[in-house]
Design a protein around this ligand. Structure first.
Ligand code: NAP
Ligand code: GDP
Length: 337
């Protein structure tokens, strides 16, 4: 039985990846950050509660990381833990870099010292491309980070490559473009929209307040993206891969499709910060903007080229954008019943 540690196991990807590994017969050690509330909602939704062995773990605490790795000596370690929200990284840049950047170095150092044969996966991100230097972005596209989050992920990305090259470790970095699901954190724009649309449709919420509607993302489905993560660690040689859908859509399009899913047609009026999304039938204002949700530096558009993953891993995305929007709104509609 293969042993895997997943850090950030209580997050969106941690839950989906746990399910994938359990189905493949792994013994899964779920490394989780202790909080005052013990929230296993995602595990419950995927029906994997009590199937993962949970270990208290924090990327800020080297001795904890060291002991965990020394005791388990896993075949594979998936480092998914992070302060993963770009918006908050502008408010907490030092903490974000300590967790995401230095935290990954702590894991790599512990692995090198006590379990160098462990195969290591690092959760890198399309945010590293930031102010994009070419379109679509692929593995060798130059980086141009636009947030403390993206800077922190550049450190962990290059550290992963550096440990592979310096110490011959099996260390891979997955440059994943945005991936969403009904288990996505509430503060990310897709889930904020799907949850609000369900609330508005049911009369539980009045409106949705957002920031930049024109930024575009290459949004894929998290349940499919974690399959690619696993595939990376099963290859004969360690390498880095872009995982994406190859299509970009705007926040505005996401909103339109989400409302359409519940039979509301949104029409846009006004300009700049005064722009509003109204119900075409009733004239009711459902979407407004607030400066609070704009970022000091924005990533305007990301589109990934996943051809290397297709060629080497045999991986391709299946769920299309509109379908993804539908499955998120549908899940939130059912949850608010
Ligand atoms: P997520 O839902 O925010 O999960 C992050 C996990 O990290 C949570 O379990 C969180 O625990 C944990 N964590 C936070 N601080 C920690 C610390 N100091 N020590 C240990 N654990 C800590 O993120 P996700 O969407 O699953 O993403 C997984 C990884 O992929 C992240 O590294 C993210 O940056 C990266 N990524 C995500 C996307 C995407 O679109 N989803 C795209 C590219 C890369 P609590 O919930 O208890 O705080
Ligand atoms: P990111 O790509 O990791 O930053 O994922 P997010 O889901 O947080 O943001 C995606 C895009 O939506 C970014 O360009 C944000 O500026 C934009 N956006 C517009 N309004 C909002 C909002 O209210 N919340 C969030 N999270 N993003 C918003």
């Amino acid at each position: 039985m293969k042993k895997a540690i997943i850090t950030g196991v209580t997050g969106q990807d941690g839950a989906y990846l746990s399910k994938v590994l359990l189905n493949k017969g792994y013994k899964v050690y779920g490394a989780f950050k202790r909080n005052s509330t013990f929230d296993m909602t995602r595990f419950r939704e995927l029906k994997i509660e009590n199937k993962v062995e949970l270990i208290p773990f924090d990327l800020l605490e080297f001795t904890n990381i060291y002991r965990t790795i020394k005791d388990i000596e896993p075949d594979e370690l998936y480092n998914l833990a992070a302060q993963s929200f770009v918006g908050v990284s502008f408010e907490q840049p030092l903490l974000t870099n300590d967790i995401n950047g230095m935290g990954t170095l702590r894991v790599l150092e512990a692995l090198r010292t006590v379990s160098p044969k462990t195969r290591f996966y690092q959760a890198s991100t399309s945010e590293m491309f930031g102010k994009v230097r070419e379109t679509p972005q692929k593995e060798d596209t130059p980086f141009y980070p636009r947030s403390p989050y993206a800077c922190s992920k550049l450190l962990s990305h290059w550290a992963t490559i550096n440990y592979r090259e310096s110490y011959n470790m099996f260390a891979c970095s997955g440059i994943l473009f945005n991936h969403e699901s009904p288990l996505r954190g509430m503060e990310f724009v897709t889930r904020k929209i799907s949850y609000a649309v369900a609330g508005i449709k049911k009369g539980l919420q009045d409106k949705l307040i957002l920031g930049n509607l024109d930024s575009k993302r290459d949004w894929g489905y998290a349940a499919e993206f974690v399959e690619a993560i696993w595939l990376m660690l099963q290859q004969p040689e360690p390498d880095d891969f872009v995982i994406a859908t190859g299509e970009a859509h705007s926040v505005r399009e996401f909103i339109e499709h989400a409302f359409n899913y519940v039979d509301i047609e949104i029409e846009w009026t006004g300009k700049g910060i005064e722009e509003k999304g109204i119900d075409k039938k009733t004239g009711k204002v459902y979407v407004e903007l607030s400066p609070d949700f704009f970022r000091p530096a924005e990533v305007d558009i990301l589109i990934g080229d996943y051809s290397k993953a297709k060629r080497i891993l045999g991986w391709s995305p299946k769920t299309k954008f509109k379908e993804l929007v539908g499955l998120m709104v549908d899940a939130d509609m059912r949850r608010t019943e």
